[in-house]
Design a protein around this ligand. Structure first.
Ligand SMILES: Cc1cc2nc3c(=O)[nH]c(=O)nc-3n(C[C@H](O)[C@H](O)[C@H](O)COP(=O)(O)O)c2cc1C
Length: 328
């Protein structure tokens, strides 16, 4: 997720689940080939299994990106055919590519030829290119797209994308969810790996989908309530390892932040992804407030995480903040 699942976020998520597949933000082929590739691609080995999501529509460029992905040690390359933003449409990629299955097939073929990594596609159930709700969103449109693309793993955001007149945010909320399209896709392509996405926000919902598809992708829910991930290994990967406690996760993140800060990272770029860790629990407000307090963050001291943890359990934020300021 753009501006969200950067390497710090992913390292944090990895403390909650050993096995869930994590995705980078979408990185455009242009940014990768003409920009600072290490900045976009570097990650901590602990983040595996990790998929690199690419945005682009030029087979040659995407092939070169696939080679970079392999060189950097990613586990999967995912092509974004679901982003509806106007900026992305101007670049002629994202969701508008659903109208060009042959071009997507050429891109996938080029990426597969350029590396041995699995290539997957994330797409919508359809697109509405007119804004007049005359939509290419019949089930058959999506089936033909999937049948033409030439890979065998698809992550389907179960909404159409409205390409004119709707912001990306509205495009994640307004078009109705049609989970039955995704279930039917799995029935018609039983050998393919079909992962469902869109509006899934708790374990009850995840378990309702799993009989019909091969996997579930969560975006916003995990970001806002990351501790949801802590159950993934036990429920989905037959792991008998103990579920990590929030305290253990914070401890691991302190160690990570110490190293990252020593390399020049600002603490707030790590803590900003952790604000939801105590979602719904008493003390959650103290946690969020301390970790987003500009004055407290200014010291760039990872021990702030431990002080915030203590504040969750004990003192009201106001007193904790006063103490911290007096200390420092
Ligand atoms: C802030 C934000 C950024 C996103 N960036 C991406 C992206 O880079 N690539 C992508 O495939 N989807 C992106 N998405 C869409 C999500 O991956 C997901 O398909 C969508 O939010 C629906 O799933 P959810 O209801 O579980 O969040 C983004 C969503 C949000 C909220």
């Amino acid at each position: 997720m753009l501006d969200h699942t950067d390497r710090h976020c992913r390292y944090f998520f990895r403390q909650l689940s050993r096995h869930a597949l994590l995705y980078t933000e979408m990185i455009t082929s242009g940014a990768l080939l003409h920009g600072d590739a290490p900045r976009h691609l570097d990650f901590d080995p602990a983040e595996h299994p990790l998929a690199l999501q690419l945005g682009g529509s030029d087979p040659n460029e995407l092939a070169r990106c696939a080679q970079l992905a392999a060189r950097w040690g990613y586990d999967e390359i995912n092509l974004n055919v679901g982003c509806p933003s106007e900026r992305v449409q101007r670049g002629a990629f994202g969701a508008c590519l659903m109208a060009e299955p042959q071009l997507v097939a050429d891109c996938v073929k080029a990426m597969r030829a350029a590396s041995t990594l699995p290539v997957t596609v994330k797409h919508r159930i359809g697109i509405d290119a007119t804004g007049a709700h005359i939509a290419a969103e019949s089930y058959g449109f999506m089936r033909d797209f999937v049948g033409a693309v030439g890979c065998t793993t698809f992550i389907v955001h179960a909404r159409k994308a409205i390409l004119k007149g709707l912001s990306p945010k509205d495009n994640r909320e307004i078009p109705p969810l049609k989970y039955d399209y995704v279930y039917r896709l799995k029935r018609e392509f039983p050998d393919y790996t079909i992962v469902i996405n869109g509006g899934i926000s708790d374990w009850h919902a995840i378990e309702q989908h799993l009989p019909y598809v091969d996997g579930v992708m969560l975006g916003r829910a995990i970001y806002h309530d990351p501790y949801l991930l802590a159950d993934a290994d036990r429920r989905c990967y037959d792991s008998s390892a103990p579920t990590p406690s929030r305290e253990q996760v914070v401890g691991a993140m302190v160690a990570y932040a110490e190293q990252a800060v020593a390399r020049g990272t600002l603490l707030r770029n790590i803590t900003r992804h952790m604000l939801g860790l105590f979602h719904h629990l008493p003390g959650a407000r103290n946690w969020r407030r301390m970790l987003s307090d500009a004055q407290l963050l200014r010291a760039n001291d990872p021990a702030l995480l431990l002080r915030a943890l203590e504040a969750v359990r004990t003192l009201p934020f106001e007193e904790r903040g006063a103490l911290a300021l007096a200390d420092g």
